[in-house]
Design a protein around this ligand. Structure first.
Ligand code: ADP
Ligand code: MG
Length: 326
């Protein structure tokens, strides 16, 4: 029973790990993305449990897990988290299951649950912060129609629009036109309509265009560069809103970034310089841990383990074996 699990449930992919009470990584799994609204809570819980069992293969059984924390996209209400928790319990028989938001595990991981702000850009986007009083505030993170500015979805959506504008004469020429159409294997945007305008809308398929945009911007494409700059501006807006709400604007505070979009060096560089300009008191830190490790830290605490330096050092060593996971 001296094992715990952590699962980072995203819209593009789900990542899971198993560690022991000493912080050593014993297993890892990767599974499909989850959208509880379009696929339903039952199917979402199924993917979460399946991806967890992937990390458990050859390592342990459900009954060996003292606690598992799932940090999920889309579960922004207590009611939805309780529902998914009971579905997971029923499917797995794990005795201690916690279902929290993906923002919660990102915060726990990046700042060890301490003060500061984390900005996240994966398929969607949000910023979340905690001040010295323990107040928590989140900005964004309510899906592609209502938020997600600066996210992978945002980059992909802007690329689609730029491609159409270039073709119909409203916009500047850009390499994005060809690359976006090629990505989907079509000749003209009209052919994309039956692929995109379906129910449920596949936000991660659109977010998958994000690396094409950052790549084109790095090669000097003007339109792509503009899109990337506006995305970064939106990510800074998220941070600023959280800092203001938490009365941290005039204080020095650590700021960490997480999520797949920050894999782009261009994004990281622009973000750094825009933060220096607009929020000079924020100091950028590397997130100490990825969200999936944030989830196991919460699981360890819930299993009654005190998370101290030796354990955190071991978790850092474990994290080095997860380089490919955002
Ligand atoms: N090099 C890159 N440049 C820009 N965006 C990227 C890059 N690599 C990955 N991404 C974005 O990151 C997303 C995946 O990030 P992740 O944090 O795993 O998302 P989620 O948690 O929503 O599944 C992809 O959908 C893509 O939009
Ligand atoms: Mg995620």
């Amino acid at each position: 029973m001296s094992l715990v699990g952590g699962v980072d449930v995203g819209a593009t992919s789900t990542k899971s790990i198993i560690i022991d009470f000493k912080g050593r990584l014993l297993g890892r799994g990767i599974g499909p993305g989850v959208n509880p609204f379009t696929m339903g809570y039952e199917a979402a819980a199924e993917i979460m449990v399946k991806t967890l069992s992937e990390a458990m293969r050859g390592v342990c059984e459900f009954k060996d897990l003292a606690c598992v924390v799932f940090g999920s996209t889309g579960l922004e209400t207590i009611k939805s988290r309780e529902l998914v928790k009971s579905l997971i319990e029923k499917k797995s028989g794990i005795s201690r299951v916690f279902v929290v938001t993906d923002s919660r595990i990102a915060l726990e991981g990046a700042l060890g649950g301490g003060e500061g702000i984390v900005v996240y850009a994966g398929t969607g986007s949000f910023a979340i912060g905690k001040n010295a009083r323990g107040d928590v505030h989140k900005a964004g993170g309510v899906g592609f129609l209502m938020s997600d500015e600066g996210s992978g979805f945002y980059l992909g959506h802007q690329a689609l629009r730029a491609a159409v504008r270039a073709l119909d004469g409203r916009g500047e020429r850009t390499v994005l036109t060809r690359r976006v159409l090629d990505h989907f294997g079509v000749e003209i945007p009209e052919e994309l309509m039956p692929k995109l305008y379906v129910k449920p809308i596949d936000t991660s398929a659109i977010a998958a265009l994000a690396p094409i945009v950052t790549q084109a911007a790095e090669e000097g494409d003007h339109v792509a560069r503009k899109i990337v700059e506006s995305a970064v501006g939106e990510l800074v807006n998220l941070v600023e809103a959280v800092a203001r709400k938490l009365n941290m604007i005039s204080l020095e505070f650590p700021l960490a970034s997480a999520g797949g979009v920050f894999k782009s060096e261009l994004i990281r560089g622009l973000f750094c310089s825009m933060i220096k300009e607009r929020l000079p008191r924020a100091y950028l830190i590397e997130p100490r841990f990825k969200p999936v490790i944030g989830a196991v830290i919460m699981a360890l605490k819930n299993a009654g383990i005190s998370v101290e330096k030796g354990l955190l050092d071991e978790l850092e060593a474990s994290q080095r074996r997860l380089v490919d996971i955002p």
